[in-house]
Design a protein around this ligand. Structure first.
Ligand SMILES: NC(=O)c1ccc[n+]([C@@H]2O[C@H](COP(=O)([O-])OP(=O)(O)OC[C@H]3O[C@@H](n4cnc5c(N)ncnc54)[C@H](O)[C@@H]3O)[C@@H](O)[C@H]2O)c1
Length: 251
């Protein structure tokens, strides 16, 4: 029996250099996995790889680029021999009222959210099929579930990711590939900037959290992702898991 829950597993984490993705990368490694981190931030990615040693390969790239998805998967196979876990965490968007959002704003949310998730899943499929029990973890958002103002393109991309994930969970179950979605709420640097730009919205969101605070990326969100990545979650697929202190309760 393995002493660590993710021992021997190989993962790709998009946006894995900082924020929630950085916390996920660190915890997956702590629990025994090896990780290809795909991120735009060269300095943060190299610093993390330096900190975590041979267990991490940093790949600088834009998740919107299909070739980057293929390269991430081939890097995992070359360096770690296989791929068992895919975490589609990266995504970017601009917050404005719906009528002010431009085509470029929509492209950004869709390309880095929905299409990146699609492309990484497609690129990973041949390897995930061979894993003998694989896990895909996609990222949704309470902003989509709640219809948060100023988040039209982002909410649309995130809800599309949830729909896509449910379909793929059904289609890939025969290959023993699980697909789940995490909707986090965590005080990362990005959220801190949003809180500063829109303090009323931030205060409203924090006030709605029964556990009384925005989550900590390392202690509150990454463990839920690590659980879904592990064989402890082997009977769980097609689910949306709220890592949000109880803010939204799905039924
Ligand atoms: N933080 C929250 O409270 C919250 C709430 C709801 C949903 N989410 C979702 O959780 C995920 C992580 O959120 P976060 O707050 O840690 O985000 P973040 O902005 O702090 O970090 C995102 C990471 O992705 C990288 N990245 C951004 N664009 C990229 C691109 N095109 N290609 C490659 N890498 C790219 C960034 O460099 C960064 O390392 C996102 O999908 C986000 O939508 C977060």
């Amino acid at each position: 029996m393995n002493s660590l829950p993710l021992e021997g597993k190989s993962a790709v984490v998009t946006g894995g250099a900082s924020g929630i993705g950085g916390a996920v990368t660190k915890l997956l490694v702590e629990r025994g996995a090896r990780v290809v981190v795909v991120d735009l931030q060269q300095e943060a990615g190299e610093a993390l790889a330096g900190e975590l040693g041979d267990a991490v390969v940093f790949l600088r790239g834009d998740v919107s680029d299909r070739a980057v998805a293929d390269l991430a998967v081939s890097t995992a196979v070359e360096r770690f021999g296989k791929l068992d876990v895919l975490v589609n965490n990266a995504s970017v968007s601009r917050q404005k009222p719906f009528e002010d959002q431009t085509d470029a704003d929509w492209d950004l949310a869709m390309d880095t959210g929905l299409y990146a998730t699609r492309n990484f899943m497609l690129a990973a499929l041949p390897e995930l099929k061979k894993a003998g029990g694989a896990s895909v973890i996609n990222f949704g958002s309470g902003a989509g579930l709640d219809g948060q103002p100023n988040q039209a393109s982002y909410a649309a991309a995130k809800e599309a990711i949830r729909g896509l994930s449910r379909v793929v969970a059904n289609e890939w179950a025969p290959h023993d590939i699980r697909v789940n979605v995490v909707c986090p709420m965590a005080l990362t640097a990005g959220v801190a900037a949003w809180a500063e730009a829109r303090p009323e919205q931030y205060a409203q969101s924090a006030a709605k959290v029964p556990l009384g605070r925005f989550g900590d990326p390392d202690r509150d969100v990454a463990p839920i992702v690590a659980f879904l990545a592990s064989d402890d979650a082997r009977y769980m697929t097609g689910q949306t898991v709220m890592a949000d202190g109880g803010a939204i309760k799905l039924r």
